[in-house]
Design a protein around this ligand. Structure first.
Ligand code: PBG
Length: 333
């Protein structure tokens, strides 16, 4: 059977004929400079402890964090994001260890800054690694997280982290008004160049499970959830309100979290704010890809690259991902 040749002057496939051409007209690119690597810091020396539920991610003692930071820098990853695994005996009702200048985070920041000055250090600001109840703030009489007392604690925590030498503080707590207060506190302490990356849009997602297990806040939190401060996954307009408030208060960058289920939010945020928009490819998103790949169901490398490219295409300027090192290696191949 013969087919008639179509009278078809416009053929989009023309631009897909060869790899060089596809590369030339690619609208989105993924580079190591787009990736931020979250690392879990633990006490001890020479310690590398696997995390159940987060394949190929480990809790690292400070000396091991230094090695990881060095490797990240050599791969072109611009920054690491540190999260502490706080020993149970250091946790308290009000999470005061968060602003102890000798806490694990501060010691890790000082050590990494000294050993690997060329990498950026992002420090999380929230009380959940430090509270016995696992919430991101201090509890009020009603049993709910009390906003304004918590903001005061977060300011102390942010100044303590800045003092230790971090480049970026990243409040991930979702309290109202904390960005303006933290900016004021940082400036008053002489840290006007410390950057604020606000987790402006953080959903009360079911995808944080492996992270909570990793930092040990899952057992503290028990059956409780964070729905009175993290956002309802049903909402989009509210995300815009949150980012606008945080930018007005002085956020230098904003984050949307999680990423893959919220690409519409990343895209909407990117259109309304004039600051960089970051996205957090969270523990549960990473774990899904890893688990499916381990079960032989998906091609890990191809899916991870497509996943992160999609987050960039949606509008993210950079991505927090546990796959940062793997992906930076793939991109170097
Ligand atoms: C806590 C915090 C969480 C994550 C980053 N900072 C967990 C939470 O809100 O319970 C989650 C990251 C992840 O799942 O990878 N302030």
């Amino acid at each position: 059977m013969t087919y008639p040749k179509l009278n078809l002057p416009i053929r989009p496939r023309r631009l897909r004929q060869a790899p060089w051409l596809r590369a030339m007209v690619a609208e989105t690119t993924l580079r190591p400079a787009d990736l931020i690597w979250p690392l879990f810091v633990q006490e001890g020396a020479g310690k590398v402890t696997p995390i159940e539920g987060l394949p190929n991610v480990e809790r690292l003692s400070i000396d091991m964090v230094i090695d990881a930071a060095r490797e990240a820098a050599s791969l072109g990853i611009p920054a690491i994001a540190l999260f502490p695994v706080t020993p149970a005996e250091k946790k308290s009702e009000d999470g005061r260890e968060a602003y102890n200048a000798e806490n694990l985070m501060c010691r890790a920041i000082r050590a990494v800054k000294k050993a690997v000055p060329e990498i950026g250090i992002i420090a999380d600001v929230a009380l959940d690694p430090y509270t016995t109840h696992g919430h991101d703030g201090v509890l009020g009489a009603s049993g709910d997280v009390a906003n304004d007392i918590t903001v005061a604690a977060l300011c102390k925590q942010a100044v303590t982290l800045a003092q230790a030498g971090c480049d970026i503080v990243a409040p991930s707590d979702m309290m109202d008004g904390r960005i303006g207060e933290i900016r004021t506190a940082l400036d008053a302490a002489g840290h006007e160049n410390v950057i604020i990356l606000s987790y402006a849009v953080k959903y009360a997602s079911a995808l944080y499970g492996p992270f909570r297990a990793a930092v040990g806040s899952a057992t503290n939190l028990g059956k409780a959830d964070k729905r009175t401060y993290q956002m309802n996954p049903a909402n989009r307009i509210e995300a815009l309100r949150e980012v606008m408030l945080d930018v007005e208060q002085g956020a230098d960058m904003v984050m949307v979290k999680p990423a893959t289920f919220y690409l519409d939010i990343i895209s909407a945020v990117k259109e309304v704010v004039a600051v960089p928009t970051l996205a957090y490819h969270v523990s549960g998103e990473y774990a899904m890809v890893k688990a499916a790949a381990a079960a032989g169901m998906l091609d890990e490398k191809a899916v991870m690259l497509e996943n992160l490219l999609a987050i960039k295409r949606a509008g993210a300027d950079a991505i927090f991902t546990y796959a940062a090192r793997d992906v930076a290696r793939y991109l170097a191949e």
